[in-house]
Design a protein around this ligand. Structure first.
Ligand code: PLP
Length: 399
């Protein structure tokens, strides 16, 4: 039975399970509160919906921002400035000034050229900017090429050979305070060996610095922990944060006084979000059957951009709960959007129960890099978002 009571709720929209987010944040906090506390800055770029940001801020985490807009969104949501870090290869002057005025924890500086501008603007404002240097560790990650960031050929970070002179330059400036090192090798990383490789590279760099009498206070390893896009069910829903932190606990050799920081995004929010869409038409092509839905790459660009896989399930409302499932999946469909681009495809040859016009589908694990990357291409409106509670109220008001 499909969700008749949602007949008048316009699709597509994002649906957020804030209870799952709460469980995920609880688990993260449990893992982070060890004798040596771990400092976690949520990567705002993954999902900047104000409801989601407020929940993460209220849980006591910091924020990792990559634009002035994200700094404003983080402050508005209640993240303390002292927990905000600011990365990005192309920080504009107004964004640097905003970060200085807001007195954020640190800039993650991506080049010597950028550091010179931060110094100049801090001097003009009579401030001292706290800086960490983002170092490009030339460590690969087993993930899609478009989300690999830690190789020498990528645009991110300062070359390792320039690390020492850049730190010395920061230390010599009255307007800069050198706080530590920052890294980020990529996203949707499922192999813990990749994080091991980063930890070992960081140890090498720390030894090089120690030989020059430099001990960075902050060691920030960035984000990147992947999630299981194939099985957004049961015990798979809350990521195994312990395995991830254990890699660094065992591999990273920090000295007393050195702090571990990280910037998880996807692992915190991906599983709590689904993109809800309706089947507009079932079209029988010469070779294929297409389910044409009313969401497209404008609402969720990951499949078009990264060939990303998302589990897609039918959705219905049963009493006071929402049901996702594909019982009786006997037919195959290409599930495609309405956008005038051949890449606007969510899934090819996907086994589904027989679909018809009006059927609601949930594109699962869409809480990260979904709504945040939505666009108005084809003059489409940006998607709305509901929490489960809000949707159930809307459904029952319509019943
Ligand atoms: C500097 C930085 N930190 C953290 C993240 C978050 O990565 P993830 O969502 O994979 O945890 C990103 C993502 O691109 C990033 O660029």
């Amino acid at each position: 039975m499909y969700a008749g009571t949602l007949d008048t709720v316009p699709t597509p929209f994002y649906l957020y399970d804030t209870k799952l987010l709460a469980d995920t944040l609880d688990e993260l906090r449990r893992e982070a509160c060890t004798s040596e506390p771990l400092h976690i800055h949520y990567a705002v770029k993954a999902n900047a919906n104000p409801v989601i940001l407020r929940q993460i801020a209220a849980a006591g985490f910091g924020a990792d921002c990559v634009s002035g807009g994200e700094i404003r969104a983080a402050l508005d949501a209640g993240f303390p400035a002292a927990g905000i870090v600011f990365a990005g290869v192309g920080k504009a002057d107004w964004e640097i000034r905003l970060a200085l005025e807001s007195n954020i924890a640190a800039f993650n500086v991506e080049s010597r050229e950028e550091m010179a501008v931060i110094e100049e603007l801090a001097a003009a404002m009579g401030r001292t900017a706290r800086v960490c240097l983002r170092i490009n560790p030339n460590v690969g990650a087993h993930t899609h090429a478009n989300i690999t960031t830690g190789l020498a050929e990528n645009k991110f970070g300062i070359d390792m050979a320039d690390m020492l002179p850049t730190i010395q330059q920061a230390q010599a400036s009255p307007h800069l305070s050198f706080e530590g090192l920052h890294f980020h090798i990529g996203s949707q990383i499922e192999e813990m060996d990749d994080f091991c490789a980063l930890a070992r590279k960081v140890n090498e760099l720390l030894s090089t610095l120690a030989a020059s009498g430099i001990m960075p206070r902050i060691v920030n390893v960035g984000g990147g922990l992947g999630i299981n896009y194939c099985h957004p069910h049961g015990t798979q829903l809350v990521p195994r944060f312990r395995d991830y932190f254990d890699v660094y606990r065992h591999e990273l050799r920090l000295k007393p006084g050195q702090e571990f920081h990280c910037e998880l995004g996807r692992a915190i929010v991906a599983q709590m979000g689904s993109l809800i869409t309706r089947v507009l038409y079932v079209k029988h092509g010469r070779h294929k059957r297409f389910a044409i839905v009313d969401a497209g790459m404008t609402e969720l660009i990951r499949p078009a951009l990264y060939d990303a896989h998302h589990c897609i399930e039918t959705m219905s409302i049963e009493g006071r709960s929402i049901h996702f499932g594909n019982e009786g999946a006997t037919e195959t469909y290409d599930i495609v959007g309405p956008i005038c681009e051949s890449s606007d495809v969510f899934a090819r040859d996907r086994a589904m129960p027989p679909l018809c016009r009006g059927q609601l589908l949930a594109i699962r694990s869409a809480g990260a890099y979904g709504e945040a990357m939505a666009s108005t291409y084809n003059c489409r409106p940006l998607p709305k978002a509901y929490t489960m509670k809000e949707l159930l109220s809307a459904a029952h008001a319509n019943a």
